[in-house]
Design a protein. Sequence first.
Length: 163
Amino acid sequence: MKQTRLRNVQLKKKTGIGLEGSKRPLQGAKKGKKGKSTSPSKLKAELDRLFSLYIRAKYPKECYTCRAEGKVLQNGHFVSRSYLSTRWDENNCRPQCVGCNIWGAGKPLDFEDRLIEELGTAEVTRIKAKRKELTKITRAQYEERIAQTKALLEAIKLSTHHP
């Protein structure tokens, strides 16, 4: 029992993932032991986490592509998240179940059909074209987007608690 507990503590320290499966929240762009500020890659991961929470809070609790309810949802992307120019574009993202997002590779044809129904052909064409834009995001821009996304999440929480 002690060895298992020790391994879990070591795993949590190393990866930031505990037994409950949640990641430790990022503490912002504070300076660490060596006086360095948070790296852009950690800020990107934090923005991904917050934006995923925002998308899943804003939209209905069903998979966008298969319309299944009651499943664990992820933030699915129409245009791959490898394109920074569309990675955090709200019109590019909708909740998807693991089956569609991971095992179905995002089901891009079904995703596109629903987006066209919802947003129109012009917006879907805009998203596709936007992926080709070269994007470099600075530490300050990550921090600004993190703050904006936190504010959006807070607004959703307030609106759902106060009808």
